[in-house]
Write a protein of this length. Structure first.
Length: 264
């Protein structure tokens, strides 16, 4: 038995009848009105109204996607091939990124380059007065699905660039990610981006190389639950399960509905 929101002593407080555009009627409340401003229509149907048919089998609200595409979708300004120069061994990479040594990075424009860039560049690099975050999704690199690095500007909420390829294995993706990090840079004092990746599956091998072999310093770690003050665990990356994936996708659907992230 699921208690409808209007029967809840707090959520249903001040409930009233609202006439819809189609002539029908709907029970609402002040609590419901607030939820309606922060949730997507599909999430409202699924989580609040319990209208299974309206929530449908597609997770994202199609209207939100269509609106976001109409507002922000565009071709990239530039495409690049970015990687370490030939004969750069793994044991040299730590020293290269600590020195922010761009001379060891190959940066070449190309119509089919896996790095697509939507922002304006200064000397072929993003604005160095901003802070950047890498969201990394790792595949096996066997052609079936893409490995992706999305680069977001923390200050503007815009995805400024994306690296995408289906044939790069996790161990090579680790090198690509660090080369991109040196190229991307960012504002002082770090002058390097923050990395987040899913540690399930191929992401485990990627994370091991980035953290343990290269000793890259800025990456996501799990926050221990139940602490008075947020305390980072030693586990790098983040683990997903059906519930956490659902929550993550629901959050993205809300952001598409109400703003906060620009995805080209």
């Amino acid at each position: 038995f699921i208690l409808p929101f209007w029967e809840h002593p707090e959520k249903g407080k001040g409930r009233y009848i609202h006439q819809k555009e189609d002539g029908g009627y709907k029970i609402r409340s002040p609590w419901y009105d607030i939820e309606d401003t922060v949730r997507s229509p599909q999430e409202m149907a699924r989580e609040i109204d319990r209208e299974d048919v309206k929530s449908g089998d597609i997770f994202f609200t199609i209207a939100n996607i269509d609106k976001h595409i109409a507002l922000f979708a565009r071709e990239p300004k530039y495409r690049f091939h970015v990687h370490f120069k030939p004969n750069t061994p793994n044991d040299a990479i730590n020293k290269i990124f600590r020195r922010k040594d761009l001379s060891r990075i190959s940066i070449k424009r190309g119509k089919k380059g896996p790095l697509r860039v939507w922002c304006e560049l200064m000397m072929d690099r993003p604005d160095q007065s901003k802070t950047y975050i890498f969201g990394v999704d790792i595949s096996k690199g066997q052609g079936a699905s893409n490995s992706v690095i999305s680069i977001k500007c923390k200050e503007t909420g815009e995805k400024i660039a994306e690296w995408c390829d289906a044939n790069t294995p996790p161990y090579e993706m680790a090198r690509i990610a660090i080369a991109l990090a040196i190229w991307c840079g960012g504002r002082p004092p770090r002058r390097l981006p923050f990395l987040k990746w899913e540690n399930n599956g191929p992401g485990w091998d990627f994370g091991k190389i980035v953290v343990r072999d290269f000793n890259y310093p800025y990456y996501h770690t799990k926050v221990k639950p139940g602490m008075i003050i947020d305390k980072k665990a030693k586990n790098y990356g983040f683990q997903t399960n059906p519930q956490s994936k659902y929550e993550l996708l629901a959050l993205y659907d809300r952001i598409l509905a109400h703003g906060g992230y620009i995805n080209h």
